[in-house]
Design a binder for this molecule. Structure first.
Ligand code: FES
Length: 115
């Protein structure tokens, strides 16, 4: 089974096993990783924006819809993707949470906000 490492954000990096075909957002939610999902995972915001630091070549290319939505994101880079649209293939991935995504997660879970 492929492994996905989530890094960035306030928590230490975590590596988890994933099923091929699962989205990064599904995996993040399953493991309490702070990936935002303002639209509920239907490609209608950019709050699940993440950077694929390793393993990107194994992934299907972004659809036009994902690309369009990504244009709404902050600090978009060549290896940017939307976590709700990326499906894990066979290779391991390293995924970095963006500040935009973590901020949205805290807005959705204010009870977990530090301080
Ligand atoms: S959760 Fe809104 S685009 Fe991914």
């Amino acid at each position: 089974m492929p492994k996905v490492t989530f890094q960035g954000g306030p928590d230490p990096a975590i590596t988890v096993e994933a099923e091929p075909g699962q989205t990064l957002l599904e995996i993040a939610e399953e493991h309490h990783v702070k990936m935002g999902s303002a639209c509920g995972g239907v490609c209608a915001c950019s709050s699940c924006h993440c950077w694929i630091r390793s393993g990107e070549a194994s992934l299907e290319e972004a659809t036009e819809r994902e690309e369009d939505r990504m244009d709404m994101g902050f600090d978009v880079r060549p290896y940017s993707r939307l976590g709700c649209q990326v499906r894990v293939a066979q290779a391991d991935l390293v995924v970095e949470l963006t500040e935009e995504s973590v901020t949205t997660w805290y807005n959705e879970h204010p009870e977990h906000r530090p301080g």
